[in-house]
Design a protein around this ligand. Structure first.
Ligand code: PLP
Ligand code: COI
Length: 362
């Protein structure tokens, strides 16, 4: 599909681009452009791809997304390499997960090639918004919403696929080397639900527990399984790894209730490559307490696109307070993070074939 390019270069913004990408924060500043592609089930499917000025979307007040929450999204980053080129990290995995989410939410799949082209088009037109690697990345947020106007409960026939971009630095406001986790009594996802889909509804449901975490001064919320309320699942926006003193590393399995993180999948490969035995298995909060007490557990690692790879210092609920090691960044987390970032930024060789270059060296 050919994209119509409506370039939008506001000369007065040149300074603000430099300013914005020098202190990017997370998710509060946006680039000049966006991609919009329309879908109509009764009129040929995907059509009218535009990369144009970033502006408000005009949707009918009866649009399906506003009533029955037919919405899915993805998150990935564009990295500036030292030769001036730009690269995406495993974008095909985002395309695949997006389509898996679409199937669960009864939404149309988008051809993987079109998904990738939309990212490429946006990054090319907004390439000046990609910070130098030392200063951050350009976070890309593809999403899809149901736009057909109707009130019956059924899948819509019309959708918009949109990609916006935001220069991004540290996800956690504290900027500390470890994060602290609040264990919620709320659950995130039950078997058979939408837990493994990246749909807005999952995040709406996580806002109260996340608010609880923040009000206690904690950075992220941890969810336990919804059936037995004892198995550790994931955080509000990150997956987890547990590092044992004997070198073994455990991560909760993908059973349909947690997001299949692309960082999680990458870390499994990297950690195995570093010589660790990595096991995908259930791990209970009771065993976490026991293993911390006996010093069998030495590190807890949280990972995700927005938050990268971060050590967990403390795990707390209304009933207990578990301190992990000396509450400082652990060596395994640090080594894995350095390796991952070196591949993403082109500083290390891409032996796994994860990096997709899109910008030419300049
Ligand atoms: N789990 C949840 C609930 C998330 O929102 C995210 C972030 O996207 C992750 C895990 C990590 O996934 P990824 O590594 O693909 O960003
Ligand atoms: C991401 O890491 O890309 C996410 O979508 C998580 C979100 C909490 C920002």
């Amino acid at each position: 599909m050919k994209f119509i390019r409506l370039s939008h270069r506001n000369p007065t913004r040149c300074d603000s681009i430099a300013e914005a990408i020098s202190r990017p924060g997370f998710g509060s500043q946006f680039t000049d452009h966006m991609v919009v592609i329309e879908y109509d089930a009764n009129n040929g499917g995907w059509h009218s791809a535009i990369v144009g000025p970033r502006q408000p979307l005009l949707i009918d007040p009866a649009a399906g997304v506003l009533h029955y929450a037919q919405e899915i999204f993805e998150g990935l980053k564009a990295y500036r390499h030292s030769d001036g080129g730009i690269a995406l990290f495993r974008p095909l995995e985002n395309a695949r997960r997006f389509n898996a989410s679409a199937r669960r939410l009864a939404m149309p799949e988008i051809p993987e090639k079109l998904f990738l082209k939309s990212l490429q088009e946006l990054v090319e037109v907004d390439k000046n918004w990609v910070p130098e690697a030392t200063n951050g990345t350009l976070y890309l947020r593809p999403f899809m919403i149901a736009t057909e106007a109707f009130l019956g409960v059924r899948p819509a026939t019309k959708y918009k696929f949109v990609v916006i971009a935001s220069p991004s630095g540290n996800y956690f406001r504290s900027g500390e080397s470890t994060i602290n986790i609040w264990v919620s009594d709320y659950t995130r996802a039950a078997p058979g639900g939408t837990g493994e889909a990246k749909c807005g509804g999952n995040y709406a449901a996580s806002l109260v527990p996340t608010g609880e975490a923040f009000s206690h001064g904690y950075d992220q919320v941890m969810f336990l399984d919804a059936v037995e309320r004892k198995w550790i699942e994931e955080l509000g926006g990150m997956n987890l790894f547990f590092v044992f003193a004997d070198g073994r590393i455990l991560t909760p399995p993908l059973g349909g209730t947690i997001l299949a993180g692309i960082t999680r999948d990458s870390l499994i490969s990297l950690l195995r490559d570093m010589g660790h035995e990595v096991i995908e298995d259930r791990y209970s909060i009771a065993n976490l307490k026991r293993d911390v007490r006996s010093n069998a557990l030495v590190e807890v690692i949280a990972c995700g696109t927005a938050a990268t790879v971060t050590s967990v210092g403390r795990v707390k609920s209304s009933k207990y307070n578990i301190v992990i090691g000396s509450e400082s960044a652990g060596p395994v987390a640090k080594a894995a993070r350095d390796k991952l970032i070196a591949i993403q930024t082109g500083e290390a060789s891409d032996s796994f074939g994860w990096v997709m270059r899109i910008g030419n060296a300049s």
